[in-house]
Design a protein around this ligand. Structure first.
Ligand SMILES: Nc1ncnc2c1ncn2[C@@H]1O[C@H](COP(=O)(O)OP(=O)(O)OP(=O)(O)O)[C@@H](O)[C@H]1O
Ligand SMILES: [Mg+2]
Length: 260
């Protein structure tokens, strides 16, 4: 009886939004992903760590079909994106917000134009409606009233926030963050971490965060995945990560701690 209740409770909590199965990708001779298997659950904040160049950004890009695998598949809410038509893939992408590594804002556009870009291009919303949504998202990331500024007028932290406002402009179910705190000072990094937590709670989004910042892991993760050798080497809670005796993980954590 008890066991049955436990099983049901767990299966209710863990709804798989994304399933990554045996994903393989090489660029020429460079074998980057050698068989990634990973489930990402609805509503969780999964943080992905691993050495520079191990394939974290490449993995994120596969999740929304910006890169296609040589083998294996990504399944979103039960459907493989690798056998979808362009139109179907486009519809799936609307469920996602992507914060690219580096802010990737368009310098020639204002903050308002940057944040409202996807709404202008992909919806039938009027300019007034777009302005209202942009104002609301800028408010959410703590930058109200910056609509007329240009990326060149913004600090690094502000640019990240504007990129985040852009990533959430379409009310995504899942936000993919690629190095959201890299290049920021500790205070600004903390602010961004707070924002990631707030968005997860307020918007009930699923969050996948790639980071080098080990403090962020402890701050925001409900679960951690570590990549090594083109595969997922470890998954567990932040507590399990801290307590592991695995030499590979300990070496990685010690090096990362020293860098900070
Ligand atoms: N479009 C591409 N064409 C060729 N090689 C690529 C391409 N994208 C990534 N790579 C290579 O794949 C490997 C993994 O790159 P990736 O950007 O995923 O690393 P990362 O883990 O995100 O590193 P970092 O922590 O420094 O951001 C690297 O060797 C990179 O040079
Ligand atoms: Mg990267």
């Amino acid at each position: 009886m008890c066991f049955e209740f436990f099983f049901i409770a767990n299966s209710v909590n863990l709804i798989r939004m994304i399933q990554i199965q045996n994903l393989k990708k090489r660029f020429g001779d460079n074998e980057v992903l050698t068989g990634v298997n990973l489930d990402i659950h609805s509503g969780e904040t999964l943080v992905i760590i691993g050495k520079s160049g191990c394939g974290k950004s490449v993995l994120l890009k596969h999740i929304i079909g910006l890169l296609m695998p040589d083998e294996g598949t990504v399944i979103i809410e039960g459907r493989s994106i690798n056998s979808m038509t362009r139109k179907e893939l486009f519809a799936v992408r609307k469920k996602f917000g992507f914060l690219f590594q580096g802010a990737a804002l368009f310098d020639s556009m204002t903050v308002e134009e940057n944040v409202g870009l996807a709404l202008k291009e992909n919806t039938k919303m009027t300019n007034a409606e777009i302005s209202r949504v942009v104002a609301e998202k800028l408010e959410l990331v703590g930058l109200p009233g910056t609509q007329k500024m240009r990326p060149s007028d913004l600090s690094g932290g502000m640019k990240k926030r504007v990129s985040l406002a852009r990533a959430i402009s379409t009310d995504p179910q899942c936000i993919l963050y690629d190095e959201p705190t890299t290049g920021l000072d500790p205070v600004m990094s903390d602010n961004i971490d707070e924002l990631i937590k707030e968005l997860a709670q307020k918007l009930k989004v699923t969050s996948v965060v790639v980071t080098h910042d080990i403090f962020s892991v402890y701050e925001i993760a409900s679960r951690v995945a570590m990549m090594e050798g083109g595969k997922i080497y470890f998954t567990g809670t932040p507590q399990e990560l801290v307590e592991t005796n695995d030499t590979e993980i300990r070496t990685f954590l010690n090096r990362t701690d020293k860098k900070i």
